[in-house]
Design a protein. Structure first.
Length: 133
């Protein structure tokens, strides 16, 4: 028989954290916030990249079958919003239907969590959420 996976619903989790203002980045002039980013997969990816306006924020290349990827990343903040692009690539032979849970915990701000669904070997999403204490 087949394997049935529970459908993950989109939701936002709010945690109480002490507020801290985003810090300006000297090189780009934009505000940045340090954030713990985690991605939980049903099928291990081949490559995952986080970018913003063409700038690489972080890359997990060939994560070797890991179903959980985590890293602290400096994310851009503009008008109390975090925005970045997420690209996930799966190896050939991976089942078409994929489900990824993305959680972002900006330092001093509310945590944000979402489910991303893919029906192919690559998914590209623009991630945006409010970054308020």
């Amino acid at each position: 028989g087949g394997v049935l996976l529970p459908l993950v619903l989109r939701y936002t989790r709010v945690e109480n954290q002490s507020p801290s203002a985003p810090q300006p980045d000297a090189a780009s002039g934009t505000n940045k916030v340090s954030a713990h980013v985690s991605l939980r997969f049903v099928h291990a990816p081949a490559k995952v990249t986080l970018t913003s306006d063409g700038t690489l924020l972080h890359e997990w290349a060939a994560p070797e079958g890991d179903l959980l990827l985590e890293e602290t990343v400096s994310l851009p903040v503009s008008d109390d919003r975090v925005a970045f692009s997420l690209k996930i690539e799966w190896p050939a032979g991976t089942p078409e239907a994929n489900n990824v849970v993305l959680q972002v915990e900006p330092e001093g701000f509310q945590a944000w969590k979402d489910a991303i669904f893919s029906s192919g070997g690559v998914v590209e999403e623009i991630i945006e959420f409010n970054c308020r204490p």
